[in-house]
Design a protein around this ligand. Structure first.
Ligand SMILES: [Zn+2]
Length: 233
């Protein structure tokens, strides 16, 4: 991803700020590589077209980068914000073919990312726990009690605060599909719930099982689906 753009904000057009980096994909600048002929031609055309218009340098906010395609996919449309220091702009990055340069444009309005689904991966958990349970330390009822405790803790989270209460562990296919886990404090509550629901010998056994298998730390039990929409200003 390029980090700087040259923008003509009066015409809503931008191109990368041509330096010694080549924009081949997300977060993949190759130091020392020079721009391809096509890119240089694009730059000439851009400067000619906007002769006399005021050029501004825009800095990309990499944190805002989003796409509905996986990071390794080169042919895709993605979006991010860039600023000239005074104003923020929504930039659309378009790569349609590998043998053609990437295009950028300034879009009016704002990009809104909403979380549409957040759920406990119940089936995955049942499978994973069953596969670790060869010695039958857990009964089916224990597994259901654990899932219930996770579910209750998730229901207890205010959706507005979701990303303060959980941690993202990985992106599945795209930055919009995520696996997550509860933050420490929430795990503490979950263990508290188990303790309330179970006789103490059973509670100790389950906790021991979860701990031994590293499940409380390593297993991301949450699935999160987000979506992009455009707010017109
Ligand atoms: Zn212009």
């Amino acid at each position: 991803m390029v980090e700087k753009l040259t923008g003509v904000t009066q015409c809503n057009q931008v191109i990368p700020l041509y330096g010694d980096l080549v924009d081949i994909g997300e977060n993949a600048p190759l130091p020392g590589v020079i721009w391809a002929e096509d890119d240089l031609q694009l730059k000439e055309e851009f400067l000619l077209k906007h002769r006399g218009h005021s050029l501004e340098e825009l800095t990309v906010d990499l944190e805002t980068y989003i796409s509905d395609k996986p990071a390794f996919e080169l042919i895709k449309i993605s979006y991010f914000e860039a600023t000239n220091g005074r104003e923020k702009f929504l930039i659309k990055r378009i790569r349609e073919r590998l043998d053609q340069p990437t295009h950028y444009e300034i879009l009016p309005g704002k990009l809104k990312i909403s979380t549409v689904t957040w759920a406990i991966l119940e089936e995955e958990l049942r499978k994973q726990l069953a596969s670790l349970n060869s010695l039958e330390q857990l009964t089916e009822e224990d597994i259901e009690t654990l899932i219930k405790a996770l579910q209750e803790e998730l229901n207890n989270i205010n959706p507005e605060e979701l990303f303060k209460e959980i941690e993202i562990v990985e992106e599945l296919n795209t930055p919009l599909t995520l696996l997550g886990t509860f933050k420490e404090m929430r795990w503490h509550n979950i263990i508290q719930r188990l303790q309330n629901y179970l006789p103490s010998s059973k509670f100790t056994r389950i906790l021991d099982f979860l701990d031994k298998n590293g499940l409380l730390r390593e297993m991301p039990p949450l699935f999160i689906q987000r979506e992009m929409s455009f707010l017109h200003s």
